[in-house]
Design a binder for this molecule. Structure first.
Ligand code: PMV
Length: 331
């Protein structure tokens, strides 16, 4: 059977950074994370299991997937095959609907769409537990894109009794925000987040971050439920800086920022203090900046950010819905 799904990317307000090995030597996150699912930055993926294939094949935007992406796709499909008790290989086609060519990560939207499409194509039900455990094999943060709005991903407990869980804190209609993705560069980063997660425990600052996260998480959830942007904004800026402090102090250090990253952070602060604009920054594992603002102020904030040093392009992504099935396949 052929199945097609669509999913949006997401931006974390409380970041997932760092992994540990569980009793079965699987990598599990060190901390819970909470994100907003994005519209516009979406991916459509079609999957078909076919008896005659000798290996899995995958195209992204009509080109063969690069080897590292293909390896992650195969990890996801191996898990699907194990769950569905089947051995056949699959053909996959994926299309990113991002208006820009790169600059923003497509792994979250890509692997959420792949998990949903592949589980239906393999004849599995769309059980949430299955989908989370499948999507995380492509990229941890991808599981949060299965749901729309504001999504909390809690890792399994240390004893391994409670599996990892996904929960929608609020749906996209509860509160519409805008993520202005400020693109400084489209180059691939030298150290992937997959490699970066393994370095987190070498930072002397990690303990402090982990110890403060439960309080921060409670505050962020409350701010979302009360649609309180100033509180949410302060929290998301603090956590982004804290995560980057962990990155910068790991061994070897991870320095994702470019000089223009700092220039944009300062512009965001200025827009807020001097012009009273409701805008707050966060940064993932790369130099690009995400500026969270309200729909009515997004155009003004975007215009001002465009003038900042080193800004190439700005992508406007509203709060989006979760992953869903699509009728028209890509092949
Ligand atoms: O899902 P990964 O392995 O690409 O890790 C995501 C890491 C961050 O984007 C920096 C934080 C997050 O929670 O999205």
């Amino acid at each position: 059977m052929k199945a097609t799904a669509n999913a949006g990317s997401n931006i974390a307000f409380v970041k997932y950074w760092g992994v540990r090995k569980d009793r079965r030597h699987r990598l599990v996150p060190l901390n819970p994370s909470l994100s907003m699912t994005l519209d516009v930055a979406r991916t459509t993926t079609t999957v078909e299991f076919l008896a005659g294939l000798r290996q899995d094949s995958c195209t992204i935007n009509d080109r063969p997937a690069p080897p590292d992406a293909l390896e992650r796709v195969r990890r996801v499909l191996d898990r699907i095959r194990a769950l569905a008790h089947r051995k056949d290989f699959a053909r996959i086609a994926s299309a990113n609907h991002f208006p820009t060519s790169a600059g923003i990560a497509s792994s979250a939207s890509g692997f959420a769409a792949l998990a949903l499409a592949a589980s239906r194509a393999a004849g599995l039900g769309e059980k949430q537990h299955n989908l989370v455990s499948v999507a995380v094999l492509g990229s941890g943060s991808a599981c949060r894109s299965l749901y729309g709005g504001y999504v909390l991903w809690s890792p399994p407990d240390a004893g391994g009794r409670r599996p990892s869980r996904l929960r929608q804190v609020a749906c996209e209609d509860h509160w519409q925000l805008v993520d202005l993705v400020v693109i400084l560069t489209r180059e691939r980063k030298a150290v992937s987040s997959e490699q970066g997660h393994l370095l987190a425990t070498s930072s002397p600052l990690l303990k402090g971050r982990l110890a403060s996260l439960n309080r921060l998480l409670a505050k962020v959830k409350r701010a979302i439920l009360h649609r309180d942007l100033p509180t949410l904004g302060k929290c998301l800026e603090a956590d982004a800086l804290c995560m980057h402090a962990v990155m910068m102090t790991s061994r070897p250090p991870l320095l994702y920022w470019e000089p223009a990253t700092l220039a944009v952070l300062k512009t965001v602060q200025k827009l807020r203090v001097k012009r009273g604009l409701p805008c707050y920054f966060t940064i993932d594992a790369g130099p690009n900046i995400h500026v969270i603002t309200t729909p009515d102020r997004a155009t003004g904030v975007g215009r001002a950010l465009k003038k900042a040093e080193g800004v190439r392009e700005i992508l406007r992504c509203p709060t989006g819905r979760g992953a869903f099935f699509v009728e028209e396949p890509l092949f």
